[in-house]
Design a protein around this ligand. Sequence first.
Ligand SMILES: *Cc1c(COP(=O)(O)O)cnc(C)c1O
Length: 385
Amino acid sequence: MIPSPLPPDFIPFNRPHLVGPELEYIRQAVAAGKLSGNGMFTQRCQQFFEQQYGIPKVLLTTSGTDALEMAALLLNIRPGDEVIVPSYTFTSTANAFVLRGARIVFADSRPDHPNLDVTRLEALITPRTRAIVPVHYGGQPCDMTALLALARQHNVWVVEDAAQAIEARLQNRPLGTLGHLAAFSFHETKNLSAGEGGMLAVNDPELAARAEIIWEKGTNRAAFARGEAARYEWVDVGSSFLPSELNAAYLWAQVEARGIIQRQRQRLWETYAAALAPLAATGAISLLPTLPDSQPNWHLFALLCTSETERDALLAYLRQQHILAVFHYLPLHCSPYYAARHDGRPLPHADRFGWTLLRLPLYHDLQPEQQHRVIEAVRTFYETR
Ligand SMILES: *Cc1c(COP(=O)(O)O)cnc(C)c1O
């Protein structure tokens, strides 16, 4: 079957973009004669984030999922270990630890925001708890001060899922630098993209040497290449977590242009926020709050409907207007895979975000007239309801 072409006025949810030299950098990577991992562009990206954010060791990965899987390997997560994860998140936050045999203990969201509710975290910690994985939803920070204090008190690891949080800050400190480890994503839908890509931030220097080994298939290749090991050999468990230089070259162009990318996202985000504030003031919809002490990265623009039926009707209406909006996560404690394994605690706030949250198109090349059409369509839906 030949897929029917999209209508010419269709507004997608997301769209990849070029900010400038992506294709030139890919050409340079080919010319340099090395397309496998850990070449010139990979090292440029890694050194940039190490210096810019003050991270002891950064490793590019083929995805944010891979960075989370590396974290689970590095922390020696084993069957029977418990890992606390918000239910309102992407599968990989939990799956990376499930792969190592962990039992996932789901945390509920805050009443006002999808982030996990740190005020109700301590009740979930048991002697088997090995790690807590806070997700900074939409680049808005979890309450890391309280979370880190609890983790220290109970001697558990903290792995930030910073997949959506690049360039966002809490009290002027970059998200992804606060836990022992952090995973970032450079998936096509994230602020900075390599198509598929990710990065592990190793904030605890004691984990750095082993992280590099796990990254390179369990070998000491990186240390050997620096002349620090006499032989190149298999020394630990690991897998193939390195991205190709093709991806790193594309990513480097986006990293260099992050200022332009972030300003454009901010402009689009603020346009939505200003245009939809009157509708929110009537109570027809609500908008997510900006959390205290945070410097946002404008990763996504979400609105909350008053019911699932209304949310689905709005999605269908926008679709009729050739606009692709999407809902976000179905809470993981209700998922076909994990529901029977969940301990049965109700998680009402995660449920509510699952049923009522809707994300509007937000991408670099979204044109002002397109954004205007999206805003008008949302307004019209509520005016005619
Ligand atoms: C995107 C995302 C991931 C996964 O990242 P990939 O690069 O797509 O593997 C994990 N967690 C969260 C919260 C995400 O938004």
